[in-house]
Write a protein that binds this ligand. Sequence first.
Ligand SMILES: Nc1ncnc2c1ncn2[C@@H]1O[C@H](COP(=O)(O)OP(=O)(O)OP(=O)(O)O)[C@@H](O)[C@H]1O
Length: 274
Amino acid sequence: MFPVHSAPFVEFRDVRFGYGERAILDGVSFSVPRGRVTALMGASGGGKTTVLRLIGGQVRANAGEVRFDGQDVGRMGPPALYAARRRMGMLFQFGALFTDMTVFDNVAFPLREHTQLPEPLVRDIVLMKLDAVGLRGARGLMPSEVSGGMARRVALARAIALDPELVMYDEPFAGLDPISLGTSARLIRRLNDALGLTSVIVSHDLDETFRIADHVVILANGKVAAQGTPDEVRASTDPLVHQFVNAEAEGPVRFHYPGPTVDEDFGHMQGGRP
Ligand SMILES: Nc1ncnc2c1ncn2[C@@H]1O[C@H](COP(=O)(O)OP(=O)(O)OP(=O)(O)O)[C@@H](O)[C@H]1O
């Protein structure tokens, strides 16, 4: 088979971004291959959620380009941004369901909000999406009647209700027991392939994420420390990456949020008086 050339679906080109003065991303370049599952990993506070917000255009880069399907998100006006967002699905940590609506109505919500589809068609789409996550039978339940893992799957069905091309998951496994975690991870992989999606997962769960990802990007200290297949990243000899994939506490990844030095904060106590 000949290799098929395809431009990345999302591409960061030397992106710099800070909330205020403090740089969060300091020249970040990576790509998200089309049709694949890309994992975005790195230490807490390293800017992973910020990367998702840059892709969705909720925040704009201070420098560099964030390209979505070849277009610079930072230069889009409101109509283009709205159109781009319609092609993205977003699943946040603990993807909150509307507690006063059934599972069915939760999944129907974006369809009723954003389309003029007749109700019988909405019904068919909702049941198809619920079927894809194994919960067609749970349509009549209220969120309070489903488990945490099931709620996550309902949120996933809702995130794909409008047939997005790119689905972004922010810590989809947080708080799940090991069985639900494995099920959710396989589901993300299966949906990606069955629906022809491109997926980006922000996750701290190294084992499960490496198992399902095609491409891994590791952010550390405002830069991309490594990117490649899970095997390539695991084999990296870069000390930052080594510390991260081996979950070591000591190493070049900063533990402390930047701030005054210990001396500046506590030096005055050394005389014995606060
Ligand atoms: N709206 C905001 N205003 C100011 N600072 C923010 C804002 N959102 C995030 N930050 C800061 O930006 C940094 C990166 O945050 P971000 O949420 O992107 O990191 P993360 O890698 O997703 O972290 P975690 O893995 O802990 O969720 C953090 O230090 C955070 O305190």
